[in-house]
Design a protein around this ligand. Structure first.
Ligand code: FES
Ligand code: FES
Length: 154
């Protein structure tokens, strides 16, 4: 049975009509039009769908949307402030850490969660943080460089 729930996404409250068993990723993309989080595998294996839930990185393809009720969801669309990209977004661009871009929203959200918990991670800690996020283009080094550069800038 369909029902209406209230979701907090990127600082705004949304009332959304949901179907049973809908994932957070489906609702973000199909109901709210927030297509930054990607569906790569839909199985928890690629990290392309990563968003922040109460500040922690989470795989939105594995999460039923109802379990996000009462929590603060942040997607890649929520990182920019007053038209300015987040420093981590800029760093990905500056370091060439974005090629096709499919993995980039998930990588950046994982990087954001890491830097919030540990503002000065080592390269190994960065590698561990992004270990669940697949990138077929960059070879990962530029992604580690981009996250490390923001850590160093703090
Ligand atoms: S789409 Fe969620 S982990 Fe791959
Ligand atoms: S930039 Fe293409 S998958 Fe990472």
């Amino acid at each position: 049975m369909k029902k209406i729930i209230e979701l907090q996404v990127n600082g705004q409250t949304h009332e959304v009509l949901i179907k049973p068993q809908q994932t957070l990723l489906e609702v973000l993309r199909d109901s709210l039009g927030l297509t930054g989080a990607k569906e790569g595998c839909g199985l928890g294996a690629c990290g392309a769908c990563t968003v922040l839930i109460d500040g922690e990185a989470a795989l939105s393809c594995l999460m039923l949307v109802e379990s996000a009720v009462g929590k603060e969801v942040v997607t890649i669309e929520g990182l920019a402030r007053e038209g300015e990209l987040d420093p981590l977004q800029n760093s990905f661009v500056e370091h060439g850490a974005i090629q096709c871009g499919f993995c980039s929203p998930g990588m950046i959200m994982v990087g954001r969660a890491l830097l919030a918990q540990n503002p000065t991670p080592t390269r190994d800690q960065i590698r561990i943080a992004i270990a669940g996020n697949l990138c077929r283009c960059t070879g990962y080094q530029k992604i580690v460089d981009a996250i490390e550069a923001v850590a160093e800038a703090k």
